[in-house]
Design a protein around this ligand. Structure first.
Ligand SMILES: [Zn+2]
Length: 306
């Protein structure tokens, strides 16, 4: 008789803030949704500081973010990782991509790309592949980015909140950057490598990253990584349609119970009034028990009063 191995892969979720400011309400939502979904599914929840882009790092904001999360009552598993400590992982992945011969150096500036795509009547911002046949040995270092050739192929997945989503990488995205001209591994590459290294099985994050997912799936395919499950929560915007993270006066999260209840309600969960909870532990226990990801609104954004 054939023995089937029914052992299911353990749920491993994560929250990966960039240390470029204090924790605002928008990032609290991503933290809460990823944490509660992990705990509701008896999974682990890991914290990673996305500090690969050192130019954007604000000193000590990692410490502020961590103490705010702690004050909110989040409890994470394992030790916190910092992207800046794992450059060799990204380098190794980049070398593997180079071996596929799908990468090439690109010397185009942002302005040039905009002009080219306008002249060629390509959707704004999509790189037309101008440098595809450039030989990097003739170009001085630090004057080019490395792009990855994309196929004329549909990348589809079922988002746990937003439903079916699909992109044709060649038509909708174009060859994208995996290594920046200023010597920084791209967000797309580093996030895929990190999630693989930490064996992340479920990714719950903001809607603004929904359209990055097909690029990340393509990288996972080329690097032979397993594909995680995705869920993208709506973004919190102001009445003027401004993303909270873009606002200098975005409500700083202090970690009080009222804010936690507001965040849970924003995520579509039915929770009692803050005064009905004895304390934050009581709130988290309730939220984790009754969490229903199907109740998270299937929309791009929702207005929040700040
Ligand atoms: Zn180019």
């Amino acid at each position: 008789m054939i023995k089937t191995n029914f052992k299911r892969k353990k749920y491993r979720g994560r929250f990966a803030p960039s240390p470029s400011g204090e924790l605002h309400f928008g990032s609290l939502l991503a933290a809460m949704a990823s944490y509660t979904d992990a705990r509701h599914n008896k999974g682990d929840w890991l914290l990673r500081i996305d500090d690969i882009d050192q130019a954007r790092v604000i000193n000590n904001s990692d410490k502020h973010i961590l103490s705010t999360l702690e004050h909110c009552g989040f409890e994470w598993d394992e030790s916190i990782t910092y992207q800046s400590q794992y450059l060799e992982h990204y380098q190794e992945a980049l070398e593997r991509l180079n071996q596929t011969e799908l990468t090439y150096p690109c010397t185009c500036s942002r302005k040039q790309i905009k002009e080219m795509s306008e002249n060629m009547d390509i959707k704004n911002g999509i790189y037309p592949g101008t440098c595809r046949n450039k030989n990097k040995h003739n170009i001085p270092k630090n004057t080019y980015a490395i792009r990855l050739k994309v196929p004329v192929e549909q990348f589809s997945f079922n988002d746990h909140i937003q439903g079916d989503y699909s992109q044709n990488l060649a038509q909708d995205v174009g060859d994208f950057v995996v290594y920046r001209r200023d010597n920084v591994f791209s967000y797309q590459l580093s996030v895929v490598v990190d999630d693989f290294q930490s064996k992340i099985s479920h990714i719950v994050r903001g809607y603004d990253l929904l359209d990055s997912t097909p690029k990340q799936m393509y990288l996972q395919q080329l690097l032979d990584y397993p594909k995680p499950q995705y869920a993208h929560i709506p973004l919190a915007v102001t009445q003027d349609n401004l993303k909270l993270s873009k606002l200098s006066h975005a409500k700083k999260v202090t970690g009080n119970l009222e804010t936690l209840v507001l965040a849970a309600q924003f995520l579509g969960q039915k929770v009692p009034d803050s005064k009905d909870f004895d304390n934050k532990d009581d709130f988290w226990q309730y939220l984790v028990t009754y969490w229903d990801i199907n109740k998270v609104p299937r929309m791009e954004k929702q207005i929040i009063m700040v």
